[in-house]
Design a binder for this molecule. Sequence first.
Ligand code: HEM
Length: 500
Amino acid sequence: MTPEPQSTTGTHDLTAGPPPGCPAHGRGPGGLQRLYGPGAEDLDRLYEQLREEHGPVAPVLLHDDVPMWVVLGHAENLHLVRSPSQFTRDSRVWTPLAEGMVRPDHPLMPHIAWQPICSHAEGEEHKRLRGAVKAAMSTIDHRSLRRYIYRATQRLVNDFCEDGHADLVGQFSEHLPMAVMCQVLGMPEEYDDRLVHAARDALKGTETALASHAHVMDALSRLTARRRARPADDFTSHLVTDPAGLTDDEVREHLRLVLFAAYEATVNLLSNVLRRVIVDPRFYARLNGGQMTVPEAVEQSLWDEPPFSTILGYFAKQETELGGQRIRRGDGLLFAPAPGNVDPRIRPDRSASMRGNRSHLAFGGGPHECPGQDIGRAIADVGVDALLTRLPDVQLAVAESDLRWTTSIASRHLVALPVHFAPKPQQEVVFGPTLGALPGQRSAGPTTPVLPSGPPLAEPVADPAGAGVPQEAGSAPFTAPEPAARPNAWQRFLTWWRGH
Ligand code: HEM
């Protein structure tokens, strides 16, 4: 991007800025707004200011005053991701990178640097890599997956239910997606506190981030080697044996992509939904009273607080126009679900419910649209439902104003969600005889879902853990993914039909 005029050196004195509150606060060379540093603490507010000033596409500065466009309009964001002839995810065409303006240790380099993975590939290469990822995902049986999520939730809740208090971010949201993803990938034995900590640390970019990243990569390398030598029936094995012929490096890099993309986004989604339910009594009442289902609450959260606020980035392959701005070849653009989802042209009343409308930008769109969205949704739907069923009296243990987030351009992560509740007894959780693999992970086969013509003949595996789920007297139960008592065939069909 070349918003004029501007300095290309980044030698601007960042400390000698105008005082907070001044309209020029947070401005860099050429008067352009910085998306970092003083003045950029509240990015949501900043996006609204930018929308007012520039319309649906605004020129901004990233760290080191590297120029970028941020796409604020809903329609413009969709156009960006759905126009591969005009915009690519391959950062090698980005002018500031080609001209050496982006130093190798730029804080956003992990997001920017081109890698041989499907999220940076285009055309035939993208089809090859993404095809293998999607084919491996299509082997996951979603009913078995939901059962696994349910049991993993019960096990996590068992760890704190007798205490009467917990931090639902540190003890639940940050664990459930990792437990589920380790199972999906085929390495349930690797799931432990250390792996959870390593994944969080690697994403935080702390001093120990490199060692943490190495710890995760080591587990993924061992898994790749094991499955290359002896394929089983899991995501990794299907990736290894896919006709696309992925090399070991490609397999490992895609396991990394899937693990980190799934982990960070799903942790944020779980935390956001739980926080909303717990702090907003009207939201909780609608959920509890049956006017809203947990999947609807999840969808509303995907509108209001998309787990990835922006995706860095897309790059113009040719001179073009977007939202009234002239985009030059080699310009960079931030795909931005957070401001795009609250574009006043599609949401004049931001507080209005978006029930039944799934056209939010949380999962992207176009050729790179998130292929794991059903898994992310399932973890949130089943996890939140099962947790609230176990702890229907859960309440925030601190003032709402004391909640803290770590915010970056890419996402907003709730640091902790301290809650209290009346202590509860543990529940028995049985993972079945084959803990090593999702009980129902099936071999690659037809991927088109077939609607049943009647109640399923095959018995779903009964969940021993669900057998004794006690219901709090007077509390309206949430729809649990596994019924408390063994249901009859018709109830099971209804449960399945409703997506549980
Ligand atoms: C709430 C959870 C999730 C959210 C909000 C989310 C969101 C996204 C977004 C916004 C993109 C980028 C789209 C673009 O580049 O335009 C993406 C890509 C991707 N996601 Fe997800 N994701 C989630 C969960 C998952 C899960 C569970 C998996 C894997 C099991 C996954 C795997 C991927 C992969 C492989 C890509 C790259 C696809 C490509 O470039 O072709 N995601 N996701």
